[in-house]
Write a protein that binds this ligand. Sequence first.
Ligand code: ATP
Ligand code: LTN
Length: 345
Amino acid sequence: MSVIDQTAPMPSTKVQSRKVVLSGVQPTGVLHIGNYIGALSLWAQEQVKYQNYFMIVDLHALTIPENIKAETLRANARTVAALYIACGIDPEDSVIFLQSQVPAHPYLAWILTCCTPMGWLERMTQFKTKSEQAETVGTGLFVYPALQAADILLYHADYVPVGEDQRQHIELTRDIAQRFNNMFGEYLKLPEGLYRKSGARVMGFDDPTAKMSKSLAETRKGHAITLLDPPNVIKKTIMGAVTDPGSETRFDHASPGVRNLLELYEVLTKESRPAIEEKFGGKGYGFLKKTLVETVTEALRPIQEKYQEITSDPAYLDGVLARGAERANAVASKTLEDVRQLVGV
Ligand code: ATP
Ligand code: LTN
């Protein structure tokens, strides 16, 4: 029998035959084009091949306590969910849900925390960067990767499409799963990360040495373009992007700021590098920026229209999230039951 049995009538047969993809975003603000290019566009592009679980990781958002106000957190979580759909994720097929609505996540995270040596967590660069930026460093920020490992391992994910900044966490997830399997028997599946070749690390427009991030976008104008920015803001941000005094537009020789603009153009238009170098060569950065303003504005227009449509009917999103939580709970609670058996609790 072939992997996908065309004659099989039951949807569950189709679901079981597809490999599992899982990923998530923190509801810490409106998504920016870095999130879109590094993660969401990849999810949408590849979704039909896989059984997908896309989470809004609101428990992870609690790891920076000073950022969190209950109303803001709830609103951000809904914005992120609506943006998933607006970016092309099909909620009828993919499971879209809030992490906090599936109690197996923090439960498994605790078990995995107990299997994780502190030294492994101490090496995480995201912890180092975020703890330098935070007023108070909570224990949650330190054990954050164990909760991420639980997110992934509960669904036996084969692939985790994420931006480059998450590579270390995916490797750690594999190490934690391997250690669990050594301790309690072969059970957890070791996932693989999926990264874009170009665009896996979009840099800030105001500082091309820093990764574009939602948190920085809150306080720094000109840092990011969010998916909901109007055309005049897109224009202002790109025209103000940091470049250099020269005119180099070859990918391998350009300064970080110019390379960032070139890569954004490359990913959004899918044009080849030689064609792009030819197009922008010798014309000055003003031309590159103006062209990119048009490209980004056109790319975001359908997303913004779809977003307006989705948010005009709150009951629709309630339904998507309720169904998502139900489907996620069904899988996650079964995995947790198996894990508890293996561990003896
Ligand atoms: P925060 O500032 O709250 O940490 P963030 O902007 O870094 O937020 P996350 O929620 O941590 O975003 O990440 C969501 C997804 O987007 C992840 O897969 C992450 O790897 C990806 N991502 C985040 N920033 C970028 C970026 N600048 N370029 C490419 N991908 C990114
Ligand atoms: N740590 C990730 C968000 C995240 C995630 C996950 C990504 C939490 N759980 C599971 C992929 C799979 C981040 O900061 N971007």
